[in-house]
Design a protein around this ligand. Structure first.
Ligand code: PLP
Length: 486
């Protein structure tokens, strides 16, 4: 049970345990780790889980779901202790009654699930905080340093969690202001945790090439001991799955009489690298009654093209008001595609190698219909800057609510579709506090809410002597790592 293989394994290596595949993120053959079989959760189990959540909150549910993927190399007691250390009222001061991913109702069938109560106000906290515990409790002797690239949210979520471990060095690279669209609060959040051991690095290039440099270094034998914290790491995907269960139970309960466990729902998810979406997909494969997962992209519509046209094409990154979705590829798509290709590693290799060589590949190239991803339950939609600003205004005027521009991408796609006939849950991936200028543009500066305590005057951290180091290229980055890792 809960064993893992690589999507690109053509040699039939023996399956591995959870803690063997989360060290690096990428498999040695270049593939992604996937469960040999998705653990199945029965309707009876779902009912029991719903009751557990009501009585004992998110923690219990988190362990209930995630332990099926972690397996028993770590005892359930210990898994519970780790979850308790990850989700604390100090880190999530606005979580009410132990609910770390609360759902609120917008309309009869329309719900929104808040995933941004964590220390850096983004859904990534919900997986990065547990990952820090995995490292501390289980992997401490195996990984001492991390290297990662980020377009804005990953790096502060990482330095706020993994970066806080005393024996871990972190090297986090982001595009310089000229090549990225990070907000002032995001720059300040990154600066907050910079130190002699947590290094924020800027480079004068867009996220795509920057990520390629990071991947090159990770493949370099000299740097094999560097761990990865990016969204393809299975530890992150696994920790994102429980909140789909939580959102489902809450939406069914709030739907009132007539709604019951077993009814289908749709999720609408703002998406870049497809990490969050893939967690929902795995939840569905585990037996959570999800009908469609609707992927909402911004102008960087790589996933929309893949889902609607069967074409996976690298595009020049457009800088948008939803910077955490400004990507030129969606690496996590390899996981559902592996299932779509009937788990044939040769086909995945052919597909992904064509993509990396030419920047464009189509499902037809491997003999699949161009709408095949829709048969797995995916659907998609797109928005642009202006539409997201208008949607923030709509949320304010119609639902009396304030959402961030990533969440607005999902609400825009939802409102474009026919009125939902089954419960539809929008994932709120960030708090507007990170993107106040866009809030102001949409609803006026005077209506921007007061910041939560922990974000007041966060700009002061930009004065941190370690805040950011500017480097030029791959060689300089390697030299910097050599000089600074312990
Ligand atoms: C990272 C991020 C996304 C995209 O998530 P993926 O897992 O890469 O698809 C969406 N919204 C926000 C606010 C993010 O930080």
């Amino acid at each position: 049970m809960s064993e893992y293989i690589s999507t690109r394994d053509i040699e039939g290596r023996p399956p591995r345990q959870f803690y063997d595949v989360v060290e690096k993120g990428l498999e040695q053959d270049g593939g992604l780790s996937v469960p040999v079989r998705y653990p199945r959760i029965s309707i009876d189990d779902l009912r029991a889980m719903a009751d557990h959540q009501k009585e004992q909150g998110y923690l219990k549910l988190f362990v209930d779901v995630r332990s099926r993927l972690v397996g028993d190399s770590v005892s359930l007691d210990k898994q519970f202790q780790m979850a308790k250390a990850a989700f604390t009222p100090e880190k999530f001061p606005d979580a009410v009654n132990g609910n770390y991913a609360p759902v609120r109702q917008f309309d009869e069938k329309l719900f929104i699930q808040n995933l941004s109560l964590g220390p850096t106000a983004v859904f990534k906290d919900l997986a990065m905080q547990p990952f820090a515990q995995d490292l501390d409790y289980v992997l401490a002797d195996r990984i001492k340093a991390f290297l990662g690239a980020s377009s804005g949210d990953t790096f502060s979520a990482a330095s706020e969690s993994v970066g806080a471990l005393p024996n871990t060095d972190m090297f986090l690279v982001v595009p310089s202001p000229k090549h990225g669209n990070m907000s002032p609060v995001q720059w300040a959040q990154g600066a907050k945790n910079a130190s002699a051991t947590v290094h924020n690095i800027t480079m004068d290039m867009p996220f795509g090439p920057l990520q390629d440099i990071v991947k090159n270094i990770q493949k370099d034998p000299e740097f094999v001991d560097l761990g990865a914290v990016n969204s393809i790491n299975w530890a992150r995907v696994a920790s994102q799955i429980p909140y789909y269960f939580s959102g489902y139970f809450q939406a069914i309960e709030q739907s009132g009489s007539g709604a019951k466990i077993g009814d289908e729902v749709d999720f609408v998810v703002p998406s870049g690298n497809m990490g969050n979406v893939v967690a929902g997909y795995v939840a569905k494969m585990m037996g959570l009654p999800i009908r469609n997962i609707i992927v909402a992209t911004n102008e960087n519509e790589v996933l929309h093209d893949l889902i609607q046209h069967g074409v996976y094409r690298r595009k020049k990154t457009a800088l948008t008001n939803s910077p955490s979705m400004d990507i030129d590829a969606a690496s996590n798509s390899e996981r559902p595609l592996f299932d779509l290709f009937e788990r044939d590693p040769v086909k995945i290799r052919q597909f992904m190698e064509t993509f990396s060589r030419t920047g464009s590949v189509s499902l037809a190239d491997v003999g699949m219909g161009h709408l095949s991803l829709r048969s797995l339950g995916f659907d998609s939609g797109v928005s642009n800057n202006l539409q997201r600003v208008q949607t923030i205004r709509t949320a304010y005027e119609v639902y009396n609510d304030i959402i961030d521009p990533h969440t607005a991408a999902a609400l825009h796609v939802t409102l474009e579709r026919p009125k939902p006939e089954i419960p539809t849950i929008i994932m709120e991936t960030a708090s507007q506090v990170k993107f106040e200028d866009t809030t102001a543009e949409a609803i006026g500066r005077e209506n921007v809410p007061e910041r939560q305590e922990r974000f007041r005057n966060i700009e002061r951290y930009l004065q941190n002597e370690f805040a950011y180091v500017a480097l030029r290229d791959e060689e300089e980055l390697k030299d910097f790592i050599r000089a600074h890792r312990r």
